[in-house]
Design a protein around this ligand. Structure first.
Ligand code: PAF
Length: 286
């Protein structure tokens, strides 16, 4: 496994793979890797010949009062996990390598970023789309893999690649859960034992809405109320949003008459957690 810390070194490694006729799969991450990331690497390994992972905690996607400084980091453990997962290249730039000139260019995706996490995290998605564009330009993969735990991020990046004619397949991979249902996230490491227990309420709330849909509930307000009720039992510090939305446009829907995205963002202790579930009332149970 090669480790590249500069853009030039990363480009060189990918170019060598390309010269050897290999297709390139890419898993962009912010490190502190877990089973969710490894499932993206496995998908990339199955579908492409050369797998690159980037590890970069991108400062531009964190707001001034968010958790950039306390975001968990463990490079040595990440490298071990990448090596055992069969990753070919790990790209670990530092902030100066990625933003040497205090860039003034950003990539903005409209509409899809005006809902769900968008209003709660001003500037967040511009930070994500800009850094992912830069990473795509550096690695130039054939396929890039993102977890659907960040469902909105996946939809935004898929649209960005399409609108900007990036020759990259943006693949969304299923969210991976802990045995008690908590969605895997690097931020889970920031939870105290009490927070961790209360964090189960996110998945429980989604399950309550899914079960209500299965027994015939079609009114979005009733579903939002049911999810709030479950969340509030865990006394969260703040509920940013609970939404029943169209899985493609991410806009709220009044009634369920096809596949629907149940999504929520909640602060437990000092940690903001998100979770979601796509439920199709006409299909098999989620
Ligand atoms: O999902 C993440 O880890 C980040 O938002 C990403 C896509 C690596 C961009 O920094």
């Amino acid at each position: 496994m090669e480790i590249a810390r500069t853009i030039a070194a990363a480009r060189e490694q990918v170019a060598a793979a390309r010269r050897a006729g290999r297709t390139v799969g890419f898993v962009p991450t912010m490190g502190f890797l877990h089973e969710g990331h490894l499932s993206l690497v496995s998908a990339a390994r199955r579908e492409t010949d050369f797998v690159a992972v980037s590890i970069f905690v991108n400062p531009t996607q964190f707001g001034p009062n968010e958790d950039y400084a306390r975001y968990p980091r463990n490079e040595a453990a990440d490298l071990e996990m990448c090596a055992s997962a069969g990753v070919d290249l790990v790209f670990i730039p530092d902030v100066d390598a990625m933003y040497p000139a205090g860039e003034i260019t950003t990539v903005h995706v409209d509409e899809l970023t005006t809902t769900l996490c968008g209003p709660c995290r001003p500037g967040h998605f511009d930070g994500v789309t800009t850094v992912v564009t830069k990473l795509f330009n550096i690695v130039q993969p054939d396929r890039a893999y993102f977890g659907k735990k960040d469902y909105q991020q996946f939809v935004v990046l898929r649209r960005m690649a399409r609108d900007l004619d990036m020759p990259i397949d943006v693949i969304g991979c299923p969210l991976v859960r802990e045995p008690d249902g908590l969605a895997m996230s690097s931020r889970n490491a920031l939870l105290t034992p009490d927070d961790r227990r209360r964090a189960r309420s996110l998945h429980q709330a989604l399950c309550a809405a899914r079960d209500a849909i299965a027994t015939g509930e079609r009114n979005a307000v009733a579903l939002v109320t049911a999810m709030h009720r479950v969340l509030e039992r865990a006394a969260p510090e703040h509920i940013d949003y609970v939404s029943v939305a169209d899985p493609d446009t991410l806009q709220g829907v009044p009634r369920i008459d096809g596949p629907v995205l149940l999504a929520l963002a909640v602060r437990i202790g000092d940690t903001r957690l998100i979770d979601n579930m796509v439920v199709d009332p006409t299909g098999p149970p989620a």
